[in-house]
Design a protein around this ligand. Structure first.
Ligand code: MEV
Length: 318
């Protein structure tokens, strides 16, 4: 039996702009997906008894599927199974990450599966190899639309600055509040929408992407200094720019304004592709509880996260 787990992520700054080569800054969070692989002669079965993914099982050889929710996770796991030519195994998925919420659940499932399956086959891949395979598979499943951001964060953990290259940043942990709107989103269609806007108005959207990249670059020293008020200010500017390119939604705006108002947040923005999914907020002097209450009262689902967490790892058998 082999188990590997990988973290989810938040994009602190620069989502969407990164797809066109501008700089983004992301951090791995303390919510993880784990994949357990066991020998199962004569079949390749994917199961989850997980609340987030709502239990299902799939026999890849017979194609028997126990529930429609299976489609989401199995697209990604099936891609890993065929890439690594996995046979005679059962694969169990557990995840504490909400799906289609912008927290990188698909990337963490792919990355954990690549490590767990390859280790179970007796081959130890380097993190660079895991990140490269995972990025290629995520991109394939999403029809070519993905930056390496999510898979790199799930693999390497910590904080990463992503532009044409990926570099690790040594920054302290940040306590943040995530507010889930409860509205699922589709990264591919959000990215397509924003890219279409850029094609239509390159003279407007390219400078916005450039400003987002500049925000990402300003942010790292502020995290290092724990300069909450300036960091919060940059989150607010970045959110305004994301709203300008159509990545926000009524639900996200409601949570962002509740966080900044009654929640006393130092700053708040949507995170990930937007359109639904999650926002993040940096607690102000009123603290984390006040912020979570404000998000809950505005109809969102708040949870506290710590950024800068460990990347993919093997878990010891229980
Ligand atoms: C999704 O988490 C972030 C986007 O920038 C898309 C990507 O980078 O693949 C919207």
């Amino acid at each position: 039996m082999t188990t590997a787990s990988a973290p989810g992520k938040i994009i602190l700054f620069g989502e969407h702009a990164v797809v066109s080569g501008a700089t983004a800054l992301g951090g791995a969070i303390d919510l993880r997906a784990s994949i357990t692989v066991q020998d199962s002669p004569g079949s390749v079965v994917i199961t989850t008894d997980d609340l987030v993914l709502k239990g299902f099982s799939l026999d890849l050889l017979s194609g028997r599927l126990s529930s429609p929710q299976a489609a989401y996770a199995t697209r990604y796991i099936s891609a890993v199974v065929s890439e690594l030519d996995a046979r005679d195994v059962s694969i169990e998925i557990k995840s504490s990450l909400p799906v289609s919420a912008g927290l990188g659940s698909s990337a963490s499932i792919i990355v954990a599966a690549v490590m767990a399956i390859s280790e179970h086959q007796g081959q130890s891949l380097s993190k660079e190899e895991i990140a490269a395979i995972s990025y290629r598979l995520e991109k394939k499943v999403q029809d070519g639309l993905a930056s390496p951001t999510d898979t790199a964060l799930a693999t390497f953990g910590g904080y990463l600055q992503i532009s044409r290259e990926i570099s690790a940043l040594d920054l302290p942990m940040l306590d943040l509040v995530v507010g889930y709107t409860g509205v699922a989103h589709n990264t591919k269609s959000e990215v397509e929408k924003v890219q279409r806007l850029k094609e239509r108005y390159p003279d407007l959207v390219e400078p916005i992407f450039k400003a987002m990249g500049a925000i990402s670059e300003r942010a790292a020293p502020l995290i290092r200094e724990k300069n909450t008020s300036e960091l919060g200010g940059l989150m607010n500017i970045n959110h305004g720019l994301l709203e300008a390119i159509g990545a926000s939604s009524k639900e996200l705006e409601t949570l962002v304004y509740a966080a900044r108002g009654a929640g006393g947040a130092a700053g708040a923005k949507l995170t990930g592709a937007g359109g639904g999914g999650c926002m993040i907020a940096l607690p102000g002097p009123a603290g984390q509880e006040t912020l979570m209450t404000a998000i809950r009262q505005a109809g969102g689902y708040p949870f506290s996260v710590k950024s800068g967490q460990e990347g993919v790892r093997l878990e010891k058998e229980p």
